[in-house]
Design a protein around this ligand. Structure first.
Ligand SMILES: [Zn+2]
Length: 248
């Protein structure tokens, strides 16, 4: 696997006690790979990632893994904030939802899988800690989005996945998002890793978290509605998260 280098000045040191244990995946959300690379290496932009993978599988490293790249922004997962401290950030070239979102080509995903195998080896990343930007910043971000092949990654041991049938998009009755049922829903989302600011009602903030969950684990329908299929898959992923013993 050949890795090209185009160093970015946009990095700093990781905190002394911060061990790398998470991989955050992004899409570039720009019209071309060149535009994305220019921005990720521009000191004025103050953003970066460790790697960028073009649609043809070309890998470019911008920041050394031992350093802290600037890709996650305000973020939280499993109660831990500022994921830049402890993660490796990978940008996948894709125009994103704004400029013509499209499938990630095989060559790009194969390069990603090869890169991830090395990262896992170097840092002992737990199986549950391969995440999307939208997972750790669900109110601001939608990348890498519902076309990203999370199931394929999970088959290689990168991330959790559910084989539970989840195609039923009928919304659950109101009782499912109030009272005791809402407490349970919040608990399950929390076990998976999402941060619920408002635990008292199923409002816009909760819907953006459900949307992030769907984009990752029930990508066929990303609505933000808490429906039967989403509930079934959430139950399974929360259960798996507990069993891995890596949450909370
Ligand atoms: Zn991102």
């Amino acid at each position: 696997m050949k890795i090209h280098r185009q160093p970015s000045p946009n990095f700093n040191v990781r905190p002394a006690d911060a061990a790398v244990d998470t991989v955050i995946l992004h899409y570039t959300g720009m019209e071309t790979a060149e535009a994305a690379l220019a921005r990720l290496t521009d000191p004025k932009a103050e953003v970066s990632a460790h790697y960028l993978i073009d649609e043809d599988g070309r890998i470019v490293q911008m920041v050394e893994e031992e350093h802290r790249a600037w890709h996650a922004g305000v973020s939280i997962w499993q109660g831990r904030e500022n994921l830049n401290h402890t993660s490796v950030g990978i940008e996948l070239v894709n125009p994103g939802h704004e400029f013509g979102y499209r499938a990630f080509p095989d060559a790009q995903i194969e390069a990603l899988l090869a890169l991830l195998a090395g990262i896992r080896e170097r840092h002992k990343i737990p199986v549950s800690r391969y995440l999307g930007h939208s997972d750790i910043a669900p109110h601001r971000k939608a990348d890498p989005g519902e076309l990203f092949p999370w199931g394929r990654l999970a088959r290689e041991g990168f991330g959790l996945w559910s084989d539970v049938e989840g195609s039923d998009t009928r919304p659950l009755p109101d009782e499912a998002v109030t009272g005791e049922a809402l407490v349970k829903l919040n608990k399950q989302l929390g076990i998976v890793g999402y941060h619920m600011e408002d635990k008292d009602s199923f409002g816009a903030a909760a819907q953006s978290i459900v949307r992030a969950f769907q984009a990752h684990w029930r990508p066929e329908t990303v609505s933000g509605l808490y429906d039967y299929g989403t509930a079934a898959i959430l139950r399974d992923i929360a259960c798996q998260s507990e069993q891995t013993g890596e949450s909370l």
